[in-house]
Design a protein around this ligand. Structure first.
Ligand SMILES: NC(=O)c1ccc[n+]([C@@H]2O[C@H](COP(=O)([O-])OP(=O)(O)OC[C@H]3O[C@@H](n4cnc5c(N)ncnc54)[C@H](OP(=O)(O)O)[C@@H]3O)[C@@H](O)[C@H]2O)c1
Length: 279
């Protein structure tokens, strides 16, 4: 099969288009023919070796852990899914990813894709745009930070207030918040403490917020790292089919343009998703 892998950590030039044997599925696994693979920031972070302490990879490594496709083979001990099912997944980051024509995934990490979306759109959207919509489904009042070009987009997703972080200091404008979701880290994370009400929680996806600062300010903190989970994916598919969750695909590229996709992702201003279309 065609795939894109890396043999060493490094820049986008490490992404190599190559041929590899089609993987076979073992017990509890399914073989998925990849139709579309989402390109996420974690892909270039792994490519550059930023996560090599946490994730012990071996090379060559196929990148890409966000996939939509069709099951072509099921391993012994699988029962929930069958050949021909159209599925999506956020597979295990420790194993080969989806920049390939085929990927083997544990059945427990795979869900049927939303009926109302094609494969390109079934790769879940960028974190911020989904977080806004999920918070609205839970009845939250949502304040979002974004550059001006994204304000109409965020309003369309349901954000109640939008702060232009490029021209204003969000910590002076945000009302007292119960929860802050940090997808940026660094100085943005530090300044976020000021926006929380007593007992509020700062949740980061990028780096663990200081426990000392949280204790000193009477606040809480958490660091979350996404785990593959079929039941959660099924709940997301149901929200999509109910019209409550939309994803925006900014760029669609062929597998052979994985390098360009990484340069775009690393730019840090993707609206929604970058997708490699394989079928
Ligand atoms: N821990 C986990 O499990 C987990 C899971 C998924 C993602 N992540 C991490 O979360 C981060 C976001 O992921 P993603 O997929 O959403 O990335 P993405 O698709 O590249 O989105 C980046 C977004 O950040 C916005 N942005 C850039 N600088 C900003 C700033 N200073 N203040 C506010 N917004 C800013 C951009 O909007 P503008 O164009 O308006 O600036 C853009 O929409 C990445 O670091 C990723 O690795 C972690």
């Amino acid at each position: 099969m065609h795939c894109v892998c890396i043999y060493h950590y490094g820049g986008p030039e490490m992404l190599t288009c190559t041929e590899a044997p089609r993987p076979r599925c073992g017990p509890g696994e399914v073989l998925v023919q990849v139709h579309a693979a989402g390109v996420n920031p974690v892909d270039w972070k792994i490519r550059e070796g930023h996560l090599k302490e946490q994730l012990k990879h071996t090379f060559p490594l196929v990148l890409g852990w966000d996939v939509s496709g069709a099951i072509t083979e099921t391993g012994p001990g699988t029962s929930r899914l069958k050949t021909g099912d159209e599925v999506f997944s956020r597979p295990d980051l420790l194993r080969d990813g989806a920049y390939a024509e085929f990927i083997v995934i544990k059945e427990s990490e795979v869900a049927r894709k939303p009926r109302t979306l094609d494969h390109v759109h079934a790769a879940a959207g960028g974190v911020g745009s989904l977080a806004v919509q999920l918070a609205k489904t839970r009845g939250a009042y949502v304040v979002a930070t974004a550059s001006a070009r994204n304000h109409d987009y965020l309003r369309g997703l349901g954000a109640d207030e939008i702060i232009d972080y490029e021209h204003m200091r969000f910590e002076d404008l945000a009302p007292a918040m119960d929860v802050v979701l940090d997808t940026i880290g660094g100085d943005t994370q530090e300044r976020s403490w000021k926006t929380l009400k007593p007992g509020g929680i700062l949740v980061s996806l990028v780096s663990p917020p200081s426990t000392d600062t949280a204790a000193k300010l009477g606040l809480r903190q958490a660091f979350v790292f996404v785990q593959p989970h079929a039941a959660q994916l099924e709940a997301i598919a149901d929200l999509v089919d109910a019209g409550k969750l939309k994803s925006n695909v900014e760029t669609i590229l062929p597998l052979s343009e994985a390098k360009r996709a990484h340069v775009l992702s690393q730019g840090g201003h993707t609206r929604g998703k970058i997708v490699l279309q394989i079928v």
